[in-house]
Design a protein around this ligand. Structure first.
Ligand code: BLA
Length: 243
């Protein structure tokens, strides 16, 4: 279902950047479950380049039962760009949920004008993919922009509308990165380090996928996957509480 999205992102990354593999902890890059009626696999890829310190994407393939494409791109700490966040999910073909955003690290006017306003033109073209749905797990005012794509949709719209929208957003993200001036002041860089770390903590604490991962791969593997790969700068809640 989302394989063309993964392939497109991969090709774009290799065309635009000088990528190096970024290690994935042993045992987390691939897993397979035979617990359900249909076997499920989860596979992840991770890269880095001078402008992007962590590029990760994951594909879950449980056939008709579930297809998920999830990705986060973290700019290097000397770029204050939003993170590029992608979460495309399809369950049993009937339920398709898609989320795509430039996830802002800061919320002041100047920041939003610089990095979020440019999304507006694209977002306005794809109104049917921006449905103002209520968030149950996350807070729309933290690390989400007002021009995110967030929709419950169908397979036809994924092909005909989401794919072109996705290409446009990704292209805009590369343009912004190209235009961005790397920061040099240590205090500016520290502020970005802190905001990206808080993003990991926030995302790990609320991740709605924990149940999904656990049901296929067990809770131990899922906990490791969450805290050692997806959001490696987050501290598990239990650990945080006992410190
Ligand atoms: C929702 N994301 C979800 C859900 C799941 C995942 C299972 C709940 C779907 C439902 O309503 O039943 C899945 N999340 C994942 C997976 C990974 C993950 C598989 O982190 C990792 C491999 N989520 C992101 C990113 C964004 C994001 C980068 O990981 C930003 C674009 C958004 N996911 C997002 C939002 C929702 C969601 C906004 C709706 C949650 C809500 O209602 O609060």
């Amino acid at each position: 279902m989302f394989a063309p999205f993964k392939e497109y992102l991969e090709a774009e990354l290799f065309n635009h950047f000088d990528l190096r593999s970024r290690p994935i902890p042993a045992g987390l890059e691939f897993n397979r479950s035979d617990r359900g009626k249909i076997p499920a696999t989860i596979q992840s890829w991770c890269y880095q380049c001078p402008q992007l310190r962590k590029i990760r994407y994951t594909y879950i393939d449980a056939g008709e039962m579930a297809q998920v494409f999830n990705s986060v791109i973290y700019p290097a700490h000397n770029y204050d760009l939003p993170l590029l966040g992608i979460d495309f999910l399809s369950f049993g073909k009937k339920k398709i949920l898609v989320v795509l955003d430039f996830q802002p690290l800061f919320r002041d006017r100047a920041y939003l004008d610089k990095y979020i306003e440019p999304m507006r033109e694209i977002r306005d073209k794809y109104n049917e993919l921006a449905q103002n749905l209520e968030m149950k797990f996350y807070d729309a005012n933290q690390y989400f922009s007002k021009y995110l794509l967030f929709a419950k949709t169908d397979a036809e719209t994924v092909v005909k509308r989401l794919f072109p929208a996705y290409r446009e957003y990704i292209n805009l993200y590369w343009q912004m990165l190209e235009a961005a001036e790397p920061l040099t002041a240590p205090e500016d860089i520290q502020r970005i380090v802190k905001a990206q770390k808080e993003y990991d903590q926030y995302s790990a604490d609320r991740d709605p996928a924990h149940g999904l991962f656990s049901s296929y791969f067990g809770s131990q593997w899922s906990e490791k996957f969450l805290y050692e790969f997806l959001f490696e700068d987050a501290v598990p809640l239990a650990t945080a509480a006992s410190r």
